[in-house]
Design a protein around this ligand. Structure first.
Ligand SMILES: Nc1ncnc2c1ncn2[C@@H]1O[C@H](COP(=O)(O)OP(=O)(O)OP(=O)(O)O)[C@@H](O)[C@H]1O
Length: 306
């Protein structure tokens, strides 16, 4: 099984430290979401893993070896970094054929990955006529070409239509289920929550979190219970007797902070309060992420002076 292993990785561009003493491992059999504000160092880390840039210090290896020393890299690591990497005057199919030939990948894989990524019908069109979403699919096709054990995708949902977003989610889940190592950067939190098992979060080049997604959320977002009732007075009184403060919302539902649905269910049924809705209000990845990165964002919008 092949992991991506980053050890004390540092990259400086002049005086700017883009990646700062990063250590983490991306393991097989799960999708690892790679998160962080703009400029946090995600793309730089991926470039260093792929040997497209040299680290100032530290190492990044795949299966224990530097990418540049891999015999047939495309068959071991598939990557999408930049949807514009393909030569615009080539057809999609030719672009993939050239890649396949130079990596000893059988030519039949070209047709397979074009089918798989939904671009078979435009195989003979020049890449420069492609929309962003089509170029993105072509980049993913190139990443899958060598049937690699390790897949690294930088914002793969970028430009995809809703059907494409569902497709990429299922593709990522399937690759992890097949035991591959999958690292995916994204700024879309709902999306990431739908496919990631594990998260690596960067802020200003440093590691902020390396943790299972559920733990990441639970550690940062307090659980709440959502209740709707036709008898607000009875609900409030019953909860108050057990030390809970309910908060009313504009649409008429109530939330009980720092509470578990089992406990609130017991209290309201014990008090005979009629209930129209009772549910655990689980924290979202977006809430947890914003909580963590609030102080780490280099490029936050400043409130405008009136
Ligand atoms: N070739 C380069 N020369 C100089 N500075 C660079 C270079 N590449 C990246 N940087 C700087 O390194 C920092 C990290 O950039 P990087 O693109 O890795 O961040 P990112 O997390 O991928 O951001 P985004 O989410 O916006 O894509 C930024 O401050 C960026 O300006």
């Amino acid at each position: 099984m092949t992991s991506i292993d980053v050890q004390h990785l540092t990259k400086e561009y002049g005086t700017r430290r883009a990646v700062d003493d990063l250590t983490f491992t991306v393991r097989p059999g799960r999708v690892t979401g790679f998160l962080g504000p703009n400029g946090a160092g995600k793309s730089t880390t991926m470039r260093l893993v792929l040997g497209l840039d040299r680290p100032t210090s530290g190492t990044a290896t795949v299966g224990g070896r530097a990418y540049t020393t891999l015999q047939e890299p495309l068959r071991q690591v598939g990557a999408l970094l930049d949807a514009d990497a393909a030569h615009g005057s080539r057809t999609a199919r030719n672009h993939l054929r050239v890649l396949a030939a130079s990596n000893r990948v059988p030519a039949r894989r070209v047709d397979e990955v074009m089918e798989e990524t939904g671009i078979a019908s435009v195989a003979r069109r020049r890449v420069k006529t492609f929309s962003l979403g089509m170029r993105q699919r072509l980049g993913i096709a190139a990443a899958l070409l060598g049937d690699p054990e390790v897949v690294m995708l930088d914002e793969p949902s970028n430009g995809l239509d809703p059907e494409g977003i569902i497709w990429i989610r299922e593709l990522l889940r399937r690759m992890a289920a097949e035991g591959r190592t999958v690292l995916v950067s994204s700024h879309l939190m709902n999306e990431t929550a739908s496919f990631a098992d594990h998260l690596v979060v960067l802020g200003r080049g440093r590691l902020l979190a390396d943790t299972p997604m559920r733990e990441f959320i639970d550690a940062r977002v307090r659980p709440r219970v959502r209740v709707r009732t036709p008898d607000a007075t009875a609900l409030k009184a019953a909860l108050a007797r057990h030390g809970h403060d309910a908060v009313e919302h504009a649409d008429g539902h109530w939330t009980v902070p720092d509470a578990r649905v089992e406990d609130i269910g017991r209290i309201v049924s014990g008090a005979g309060v009629s209930v129209l809705e009772l549910a655990a209000d689980e924290g979202t990845l977006e809430q947890a992420y914003l909580d963590l990165t609030a102080t780490e964002t280099e490029f936050t919008a400043q409130p405008q002076e009136a």
